[in-house]
Design a binder for this molecule. Structure first.
Ligand code: PXL
Length: 266
């Protein structure tokens, strides 16, 4: 009986406005009927206009969070989000290797959807060399994929080559989230390359809305939940993509500027 209910873990930063980071993960876990636990790595103060301050948690505190969860819970799948610096990434890697917290979904929070860097160079190297090799699923956006694969992506063929390079870094399965090119097309294409070598595209409409905060966090959190429930990786990714599509399409009115997606959308 103990610990029969599917439990998942987010290892991420807290976003005070509730739209992204750990809060988006927890909304998503809830909507996918999984119980969400959290290892908080950093706290961000911000709102829909932007991020205004952040602090990292001490290593000893993060170690204690992992230990407390390992002592009591049965985590079936985990995900990482914002990991502010190299020491923090190393701490997460050590703890993840020490305990059994299931398959790991790595959302490499390196760059925003608009291409701005969120991680300093030393942290980037640690993420690439130590965390990504642990990934069951890696979920970079277009810019993160370009940076990690060390190449420009200008075509579908390029996307496929980049995904293979990300697999060569050690990630078992990869989804590269597509870029919207203003004025060119209103379709966004995500590319999935599975461990088996099978690959597929997921195409969806581009929605002209500013309520898109937490999109990447929610996609990776939904994949994590589905994996915990025993869904195949391919289906977990499809279900997660569909969830995020609906959550963007059915906008809710919260905050003034770059608002959250709608987790209740059906
Ligand atoms: O969505 C990326 C992200 C992840 N984690 C935290 C954030 C953000 C973006 O604002 O604040 C804590």
């Amino acid at each position: 009986m103990t610990n029969d209910f599917p439990q998942v873990l987010t290892i991420a930063g807290s976003d005070s406005d509730g739209s992204a980071g750990m809060q988006a993960d927890l909304h998503t876990f809830f909507m996918h009927h999984t119980y969400g636990a959290s290892v908080i790595t950093a706290c961000v103060a911000g709102n829909s206009f932007g991020i205004h301050d952040s602090v990292s948690m001490p290593v000893s505190f993060i170690n204690q969070e992992f230990k407390d969860l390992a002592d009591d819970f049965k985590i079936l799948a985990s995900k990482t989000g914002m990991l502010a610096d190299a020491e923090l990434i190393r701490t997460v890697v050590e703890n993840y290797k020490k305990y059994d917290f299931g398959p790991l979904v790595v959302d490499p929070v390196i760059m925003t959807k608009h291409g701005a860097m969120l991680l300093e160079q030393a942290a980037y190297d640690t993420l690439k060399e130590e965390l990504i090799p642990l990934a069951t699923v890696l979920t970079p956006n277009f810019y993160e994929a370009q940076k990690l694969a060390d190449m420009e992506i200008n075509s579908d063929e390029d996307t496929k080559v980049a995904a293979k390079k990300l697999r060569d870094l050690g990630a078992k399965n990869v989804i590269i989230k597509g870029k919207h090119v203003a004025g060119e097309t209103d379709v966004v294409k995500d590319y999935v390359l599975l461990e088996s070598g099978e690959d597929f595209w997921i195409e969806g409409p581009y929605y002209h809305t500013e309520h898109k905060n937490g999109t990447g966090d929610s996609l990776s959190a939904a994949i994590t939940s589905e994996i915990a429930k025993g869904t195949s990786i391919a289906d977990a990714i499809r279900i997660a993509d569909d969830y995020v599509d609906k959550a963007i399409k059915n906008e809710i009115s919260v905050a003034h500027k770059f608002g959250p997606i709608n987790h209740w959308a059906k």
